[in-house]
Write a protein that binds this ligand. Structure first.
Ligand code: ZN
Length: 70
């Protein structure tokens, strides 16, 4: 494993910790009003159309990273 891989793994772990912390603050069953990734506000239209934990930009970034729809 080279240094770049290690840095990337560390970053991912940090991100997951941050998300877990943020989710712990959000009462379950309630749509999230703020993105768990950038902590930016999620527009109401977006919440209504596709309730989730991320804003449009972060959600598509995650889907790209997971090899989702191209
Ligand atoms: Zn975001």
């Amino acid at each position: 494993m080279d240094q770049f891989d290690r840095a990337q793994k560390l970053e991912l772990e940090e991100r997951e910790t941050r998300i877990a912390e943020h989710q712990a603050m959000v009462p379950s069953g309630k749509p999230s009003t703020h993105c768990v990734d950038c902590l930016g506000e999620i527009p109401k239209e977006r919440q209504a159309a596709a309730p989730g934990l991320r804003c449009t930009r972060c959600q598509s970034a995650v889907e790209r990273r997971n090899g989702g729809p191209r």
